[in-house]
Design a protein around this ligand. Structure first.
Ligand code: BTN
Length: 334
């Protein structure tokens, strides 16, 4: 679909080059033919092929002999993704970056313009990936999924936290379908295997008192990391580590957007109760879990007692009071 490109986003002709190579796996295509078809010089084709090789795309050959790939590359460019997506608003428009500071930052500024509901911003690498509570999100090149979905939900701002639960449920479904492994959901926005996190969600909102302008749902998934940085090894993992095989990011993004669409529509048609009930069914953290909550002013422990209708987690503190968690970082208490 034609739409204006964002500064720094991937040249559409690189997208076309990848699609051309992918349509002709096992066939040698001459540099001259590629150059003609996508409308650049042979030198540029060579340059771009080098760039793709640096990202792990296995291209054989050179300008003189012609180029060939043996498998469809797992790069998240719009043309390659669109082949796998179901029709629907989510992902209809995709902005891809090889490198960007943060896909959420891009989404927050695009949201202020005419960018439609469902636009996806996706990157191979982030230089300043953001997590909750001011944390950084480790975003190493090509191994993870770093994406933000721009939504314009017709709901009151008070219900916005439920969008995070909606996204978490969609990621869970996509990963279960892709890997056969069942992730746990740690309220409100982490996905875990055991006690180790492989996905985080950062939802940011632009709203007035009674109206949401837009929501940026940022999703970071550790996919093909062979190992996680030493300082994170006790608390983080990746799909590759857990499933013992590399996983196709394109497939995961396609599944994720499909499930996000389903859960999002369910939220709008059936209301928060349906989402809260589903979350309680599949998250081990919803009920009867011993947890520690750290806020800027206090740290306390307690036992979870379900979710409020608005999606907040109820905790029976050790002093007996039952209160919803409004702020803070939640972890499993030993
Ligand atoms: C967390 O667990 O603290 C949330 C992490 C969210 C990371 C994703 S990666 C894509 C998007 N862009 C960002 O800068 N952050 C989110």
């Amino acid at each position: 679909m034609a739409h204006s490109s964002i500064p720094g986003s991937t040249d559409r002709r690189i997208d076309a080059l990848l699609a051309l190579l992918s349509d002709n796996t096992m066939i040698v295509i001459s540099g001259a033919k590629i150059a003609r078809e996508i409308g650049v010089t042979r030198g540029t084709v060579w340059n771009w092929i080098e760039k793709l090789r640096a990202l792990g795309v296995r291209v054989k050959g050179h300008g003189g002999s012609g180029y060939q790939i043996e498998e469809v590359p797992d790069i998240l460019t719009p043309k390659l993704l669109h082949r796998r997506l179901h029709p629907g608003p989510l992902g209809k428009r995709i902005h891809h970056f090889f490198k960007i500071d943060s896909t959420n930052s891009v989404a927050m500024s695009l949201g202020e313009r005419e960018e439609p509901h469902g636009t996806v911003i996706i990157a191979e690498e982030q230089t300043a990936g953001r997590g909750r509570a001011g944390h950084a999100w480790h975003s190493e090149k090509t191994n993870g999924i770093y994406m933000t979905v721009l939504l314009r939900p017709p709901i009151p701002p008070q219900q916005a936290p439920l969008i995070t639960l909606v996204a978490g449920l969609a990621v869970r479904e996509a990963i279960l379908e892709q890997t056969g492994l069942t992730p746990d959901l740690r309220w409100p926005n982490d996905l875990l295997f055991g006690r180790k996190k492989f996905c985080g969600i950062l939802t940011e909102m632009n709203a007035e008192q009674d109206r949401i302008h837009f929501v940026a749902v940022g999703i970071g998934i550790n996919v093909n990391h062979e190992r996680v940085p030493a300082e994170l090894s006790k608390i983080a993992t990746s799909l590759r580590i857990e499933s013992k095989r590399t996983q196709p990011r394109v497939e995961i993004v396609a599944r994720l957007l499909r499930h996000l669409e389903t859960y999002y529509n369910r939220f709008l048609s059936e209301g928060p109760e349906a989402i809260v009930a589903r979350f309680c069914d599949v998250s081990s953290f919803a009920r009867g879990k011993r947890v520690r909550i750290e806020t800027s002013s206090e740290t306390y422990t307690g036992t979870t007692e379900g979710l409020e209708p608005g999606g907040l987690l109820r905790v029976r503190r050790d002093d007996g009071r039952i209160l919803p968690v409004i702020a803070g970082t939640l972890s499993e208490a030993d």
